[in-house]
Design a binder for this molecule. Sequence first.
Ligand SMILES: Cc1cc2nc3c(=O)[nH]c(=O)nc-3n(C[C@H](O)[C@H](O)[C@H](O)COP(=O)(O)O)c2cc1C
Length: 225
Amino acid sequence: MNKEIQEKLRKMSHANPVDEAVMTILKSQSQCCVRARVRLEEMKKTVGKNVLFISGSPRKGNTEHVISRLYESVVGNKEILLLRSKNVKRCIGCLACHHQPVCTIKDDDVPEIMESVLAADVLVIGTPNYFENVSGLTKDFIDRLHPFYKPKTIQGKKLIIFMVGGGKSHGSLEMLKSSMQGFVKHYGLELVGAFAFQGLNPKDVECDPQNEQTVSDMVEMINGL
Ligand SMILES: Cc1cc2nc3c(=O)[nH]c(=O)nc-3n(C[C@H](O)[C@H](O)[C@H](O)COP(=O)(O)O)c2cc1C
């Protein structure tokens, strides 16, 4: 295998299934590196990045509307995760995951959620503003990713966040940034964008045409990553 390919392999995240598949191809084709490299570039072009869209609202309302609009508009591999439809038990604070990267909580949907997070290159998380913080659902999700904390498993993944609040949207933006600061810092994520929407009742964001511009800006940002 030539040096360039070896370097590429070294840089690849083993957590990304696309990269793992490409790596298998490259390893099995080590005799013909040039062909393998062409295949790698083609595969990357076709498959592209994985984007995971997460709604942290307990209702079918504004956050879910924005998440759905983004999901339908962004090109490439994508997955949508509505936390309200998942069983996410609360972290019990046992700290077992500080010794080995597994969680002691059983029988909920977090293992499959963690797999989706692992497979994603870009995470897009939307949350309602609940008393100037993220929703409880969003916080439980963040806390349950704790097994990723010590081994820095999701370090370097790109993150785009947005918040919907009944109050002025610039207020929500400040709340959002401060409430997500620890998540970004401790998991080693790269925060590339933060957005806010104003809406109190479930269809407020959908009914205000001005919000479409913000959605378009977000789509452009995600597609450009
Ligand atoms: C428990 C609770 C606390 C809230 N606290 C705030 C707040 O501090 N600031 C604010 O602007 N809106 C607040 N709201 C309003 C919600 O952010 C608003 O209804 C938003 O549209 C919810 O998003 P969703 O439709 O995606 O669920 C609160 C709502 C609830 C239910």
